[in-house]
Write a protein that binds this ligand. Structure first.
Ligand code: H79
Length: 426
């Protein structure tokens, strides 16, 4: 196997993953862009490197959290824009092995998540604010963009490319099978062949033929004939695309929305602007109802601990997933249009009705008259009656639609009550 559609099969079934942003920036605790936002020099950032000592780093616990949350895969920052490497790269000294952590943190990560049976991915920043041959002065986002000392520095971008390609090779050679390579990100003229993307992709596919690659090396994944480096999936950030993602031929293509739990990817001590579990559940459902995945972020602190608020949300979502996971895994968009009370997802002849708005009385299912073999409350498997209410023919299209009675005035689950509809074979 390694055609694109075969490669993406597991990914489309999985639907829900954990993103982890972790690095030196956990110490200043003001988010992963702190060096850029505050224009912090290498020297001033160096202190964090010298003290980085995550004594509570236990990726087995992270993996258990992800598993209990119902997540099927994980992506961790092996290197973010600040250039700091969590892995033992031979190509730099700027790595975890040389901090008080004194070890390859990626190795432990990979084996811990594998052990829990999750697919494992690497985030790798193609932007690098540490490497001396990455453009600094005049760049749009580099921490030293306005520092005159960097103005006349000789940049040999080829050397950076050699470094970057070399690190990707290390990552994909030294840790066994890797399921996702998540590059971040292209901008302005820093895109496509500027990264020697064709060469990079062919190296990657040589080492890991089945790996999935995001679309952030550049190119146009929506084109009818995308570049070889245009990627396997589209990666909308902090948004769920209103209509899913269609290519130029009008076909659905794989996509994954990456979303933070608060307003930062990396640990931010003061950012308490967390989404609710209900929002997360409904967002996951929205993604699946549009043929997409959700990659939900956590930002562990400098000790290696995932913030309590994040753990609580993940556990809540996990409780829901345990009972309702059948309406997520292996599911995709239904052919029916979005109903007014919520959303649909579908897996073969199982249609899942995600009821967000209870309304009053029986719930109406347009277009499903005579097509429902049985209806069950997914959370406990209990029977729900398909029956046309008294006088319904006077105010509704009973030839086209079906009614289902939900017991109780309120929704059994205010986050999302799922009705499993087994449809008649066509
Ligand atoms: O790793 C997380 C973020 O740190 C990183 N991607 C996620 C997964 C990310 N942060 N911000 N962005 C990606 C987008 C930033 C876009 C902008 Fe710009 C920066 C808009 C303006 C400045 C880059 C430079 C794009 C245009 C100019």
């Amino acid at each position: 196997m390694n055609s694109k559609s075969e490669r993406t099969d597991w990914f489309l079934d999985a639907r829900y993953g954990m993103f982890i942003h972790w690095g030196l920036y956990a110490i200043p605790a003001r988010g992963e862009w702190v060096r850029s936002f505050e224009k912090i020099s290498k020297d001033d950032y160096q202190g964090f490197f010298e003290e980085f000592n995550p004594t509570q780093y236990n990726p087995r616990e992270w993996a258990k959290v992800a598993k209990a949350a119902g997540q099927k895969y994980v992506v961790l920052t092996t290197k973010h824009h600040d250039g700091f490497c969590l892995f033992d790269s031979k190509l730099t000294d700027y790595k975890a092995t040389n901090t008080p952590a004194k070890r390859d943190l990626i190795e432990e990560y990979v084996s811990a998540f594998r052990e829990e049976g999750l697919k494992v991915g690497f985030y790798y920043s193609i932007i690098d604010w540490y490497h001396e041959h990455y453009p600094a002065y005049g760049d749009r986002i580099h921490p030293m963009r306005e520092n005159e000392k960097y103005k006349d520095k000789n940049i040999d971008f080829e050397k950076y490319l050699e470094y970057m390609h070399g690190q990707v090779k290390e990552l994909l050679t030294n840790y066994g099978k890797i399921d996702i390579m998540w590059f971040d990100f292209s901008y302005d003229d820093m895109t496509g062949e500027k990264w020697k993307a064709t060469e990079l992709i062919s190296m990657i596919r040589d080492i890991q033929p089945d790996i999935l690659i995001d679309n952030r090396l550049g190119g146009n994944i929506k084109a009818s004939k995308p570049e070889i480096y245009a990627g396997d999936f589209y990666s909308p950030e902090q948004i769920v695309p209103p209509e899913g993602i269609l290519n130029e031929n009008g076909e659905q293509i794989p996509w994954e929305a990456c979303i933070t739990l608060n307003d930062n990817w990396g640990y931010h001590a003061k950012d308490k602007n967390y989404k609710s579990p209900k929002q997360v559940i409904r967002t996951l459902v929205e993604c699946v109802s549009k043929n997409g995945n959700l990659l939900l972020n956590v930002g562990p602190d400098a000790k290696g601990i995932i913030p309590e608020e994040s753990l609580d949300i993940l556990a809540e979502v996990g409780k829901w997933m345990k009972r309702n996971g059948d309406s997520i895994y292996g599911c995709k968009a239904a052919e029916l249009t979005k109903p007014e009370w919520g959303r649909y997802t579908q897996n073969g002849n199982k249609l899942y009705a995600h009821v967000f708005d209870r309304g009053i009385g029986p719930i109406y299912f347009a277009g499903l008259r005579g097509k429902i073999k049985k209806a069950r409350l997914l959370s406990d498997g209990s029977e729900l009656k398909v029956q046309t209410p008294w006088m319904a023919e006077q105010y509704s299209d009973i030839e086209g639609g079906a009614f289902i009675t939900l017991p109780g005035a309120r929704l059994p689950d205010e986050s999302d009550t799922v009705i499993e509809l087994e449809l008649m074979e066509e």
